[in-house]
Design a protein around this ligand. Structure first.
Ligand SMILES: Nc1ncnc2c1ncn2[C@@H]1O[C@H](COP(=O)(O)OP(=O)(O)OP(=O)(O)O)[C@@H](O)[C@H]1O
Ligand SMILES: [Mg+2]
Length: 224
């Protein structure tokens, strides 16, 4: 799957009503790619660097899928710089980290955003994200959630900076890679694809994010 998306809405209310045609195309391609999966269909979203548009795309893909009436859970798997709660103006519940640490029950941590669209926020930032994501608690949680939802979309940190997506993706059908038009360097994409291939992870598709928003991300590097 090779797709290009357009500039899209980025506030919660805009997102709910203005999932663009390009996300409908991405949705259709994902449905084809995952048509062999008869139970819950699960994907991980990542990209080479910070600010490539992972979270924006994960949110829009999840909303586009939920608009088919499917029960969709969007998980904030970026336990280092979580941003789904903020982008969707949700409270940050005990979230994924709270559930994995055993502080909270998953049913109390998932928020219903609209109709069939649900979000599990990241929760408090833990000191050991990779360890938490690779725990058996995470495996158990995924098994439990797969019984409830038709789709699970997991947002993650940048592959070029941390290995968390390599831990998350094997728990899903594969990876949707976001690359940023004119920003993502060929070498960086190649490195990411090599590490993904080495880990035997399936790349379901690459989304060319053609956001025109001008922002600086230099300070993001320090957070990962
Ligand atoms: N297709 C798009 N149209 C408009 N704005 C976009 C698009 N994609 C990303 N943006 C904007 O670019 C910024 C970074 O996007 P986003 O947070 O989705 O990236 P990210 O890869 O998840 O970043 P991080 O690595 O920090 O988690 C945000 O301000 C977002 O609103
Ligand atoms: Mg993000």
């Amino acid at each position: 799957m090779e797709m290009q998306n357009n500039k899209t809405a980025s506030t919660a209310s805009d997102l709910q009503f203005a999932v663009s045609e390009s996300y409908k195309t991405i949705r259709t391609n994902l449905l084809f790619l995952l048509s062999g999966v008869t139970s819950c269909k699960t994907i991980t979203v990542s990209s080479p660097k910070a600010g490539d548009g992972k979270t924006t795309n994960a949110i829009n893909i999840a909303i586009a899928l939920s608009q088919l009436g499917k029960r969709v859970l969007l998980i904030d798997g970026d336990l280092r710089r979580p941003s789904i709660s903020k982008k969707l103006h949700l409270e940050n519940t005990s979230g994924l980290s709270g559930v994995l640490a055993g502080f909270a029950k998953v049913e109390d941590s998932i928020l219903q955003v609209s109709g069939s669209f649900y979000v599990l926020p990241a929760g408090s930032i833990p000191p050991n994200p990779s360890e938490m994501l690779s725990s058996t608690a995470m495996d158990k949680l995924m098994e439990e959630l797969k019984l409830i939802y038709d789709f699970i979309v997991i947002d993650s940190p940048p592959l070029g900076l941390v290995s968390d997506p390599l831990v998350i993706a094997p728990k899903t059908e594969g990876l949707v890679l976001v690359v940023k038009e004119k920003i993502t360097k060929h070498d960086d994409l190649k490195k990411v694809l090599d590490s993904v291939a080495l880990a035997n992870i399936r790349v379901l598709g690459v989304i060319l994010n053609s956001a025109t928003v001008q922002e600086k991300y230099a300070d993001y590097k320090n957070a990962y």
